[in-house]
Design a protein around this ligand. Structure first.
Ligand SMILES: NC(=O)c1ccc[n+]([C@@H]2O[C@H](COP(=O)([O-])OP(=O)(O)OC[C@H]3O[C@@H](n4cnc5c(N)ncnc54)[C@H](O)[C@@H]3O)[C@@H](O)[C@H]2O)c1
Length: 438
């Protein structure tokens, strides 16, 4: 075998060496590229991580804020299954229908408040909720406001139905507090035919519901059924002096016929009825400018406007604070009394007295001015509450000055709010402690 020349070997070795250098160089440069892409990828991931950490911090802060905003309900009792009363909603209708009605009546007495988003109704709802009942409000928000019951929205025992009672309502119910009706003269005179329909067709609908489900029915009647009374103070067996075609007739006469309907259903269909003849009531959550004496005077005084007294101001009224009325309504509902019962404060004052009291309590510059008397304005109003004392163990307890100061506080907040979000939510004055006897 001929040996290869040394030069050739060297060339080969050189070639191999060069190839080694080239390949290694290429490999190294690839690794460097690979490393630098890893580094930039790492950096971008770290950037993303930082962003996400920032977002988590922001979300945690937001969550803490939301936690702070979490709805806190007034403290309520939680009654046992047997004792709890319910104002029913459509889910319950489904549930209840599967339970024999005899069991329902024995174990699940339930309540409904028509007009529960209004002034009186919302205070009644507070008291019923705090006692631990399940409450469904049916209201068309004509004069009522959601914010009157806003503190209960979402609570497991509370349901709010946007419902006009001129249309039938099909629910299971054990007790109905029937308050739906505008109550102040400008409101009930605004659409007199609707006022008549609400108090007649609406009352028939609610009585029909009471009949169907064997519910106890409380009708919020009014001292207006006495009209401009010739008897003083007014006892329940006084039949009244009402002008059937005057401007107040749409309310007065409709309430009178509503009472008639209650007793007809009581007699003919054995509906358990309760009739409360409510006298003038005042307190927080009254409507601004609803034309009633107390709200008018307080608002005028707070705004340093003249306090307007219609007529000579010697006509009398007796005003009760709203929590007294609520206690009276609940006492009546839970009593055996089927006769009409006056619920009012017999502490009688002239309108001139009221104007002076409110001017003094609010302070300010307002003058008291007189304007012509309003048509059919009753001259004297004072309830005889003997029946309420004897048959439902009720009489008013809240001193007038206390009530007026609370109402001034409410209207003060109401006129000083600058935007809607500062809306004046008046929390219940009842506490669980008020009812610890239950
Ligand atoms: N406040 C008083 O001084 C007084 C005096 C006597 C009688 N009342 C009676 O007490 C009840 C409540 O009075 P208030 O002062 O709370 O009045 P309000 O106007 O504040 O409340 C009445 C409620 O009924 C609702 N309503 C009206 N028409 C309705 C309809 N067709 N369907 C469903 N809801 C309807 C309104 O939206 C409102 O929420 C009324 O029946 C009234 O006649 C009140």
């Amino acid at each position: 075998m001929s040996e290869k020349p040394v030069g050739l070997k060297m060339e080969k070795l050189l070639f191999v060496f060069i190839m080694f250098v080239v390949v290694t160089g290429l490999a190294l440069s690839r690794n460097t590229e690979y490393d630098s892409s890893l580094v930039s990828e790492h950096q971008s991931l770290m950037g993303q991580k930082r962003d996400m950490q920032d977002q988590i911090v922001q979300l945690t802060d937001r969550l803490k804020e939301v936690e702070k905003m979490k709805k806190h309900y007034p403290e309520v009792n939680f009654l046992s299954y047997k004792d709890r009363k319910r104002i029913l909603n459509s889910n319950r209708l489904f549930l209840s229908r599967s339970i024999p009605s005899s069991r329902l009546i024995t174990y699940h007495p339930s309540l409904q408040v028509t007009g529960g988003a209004g002034f009186v109704g919302s205070h009644l709802v507070d008291a019923l909720m705090i006692q631990g009942h399940e409450v469904t409000v049916a209201d068309n928000f004509f004069t009522g406001r959601k914010r009157n019951v806003e503190h209960w929205l979402g609570h497991e025992n509370f349901e709010l139905l946007n419902h006009d009672i001129v249309n039938p309502l099909y629910l299971e119910v054990d007790q109905i507090y029937h308050l739906a009706s505008p109550a102040s003269p400008p409101n009930y005179m605004y659409n007199p035919i609707k006022t008549i329909k609400t108090n007649t067709i609406g009352t028939i609908n609610m009585l029909g519901l009471a009949k169907r489900v064997k519910a106890r029915f409380l009708m919020a009647s009014t001292s207006e059924i006495y009209g401009d009374p010739e008897v003083h103070p007014q006892q329940e067996d006084y039949w009244g002096n009402v002008n059937p075609i005057g401007p107040r007739a749409c309310y007065d006469e409709a309430k009178r016929v509503a009472e008639t309907m209650c007793y007809a259903y009581g007699k003919q269909d054995r509906v358990e009825i309760r009739v409360a003849r409510i006298f003038n009531t005042f307190g927080p959550r009254m409507h601004m400018n609803d034309g009633r004496v107390v709200s008018n005077f307080i608002l005028q005084a707070l705004q340093n406007e003249p306090i307007t007294v219609y007529g000579d101001g010697e006509q009398t009224r007796s005003f009760q604070y709203v929590t007294d009325l609520v206690d009276g309504l609940m006492n009546l509902m839970n009593s055996n009394c089927t006769l009409p019962v006056n619920i009012g404060n017999p502490d009688e004052h002239t309108i001139n007295d009221f104007a002076q009291i409110i001017k003094r309590l609010v302070g300010g510059e307002s003058e008291i001015v007189h304007k012509p008397a309003v048509e059919d304005d009753p001259h004297r109003r004072r309830p005889d509450i003997t029946r309420a004392k004897q048959l439902i163990s009720w009489e008013p307890k809240v001193p007038m000055m206390f009530g007026i100061n609370k109402t001034i506080e409410y209207f003060h907040q109401e006129i000083n709010r600058k935007k809607h979000s500062e809306r004046n939510i008046w929390l219940p004055e009842y506490t669980l402690k008020s009812y610890d006897k239950l």
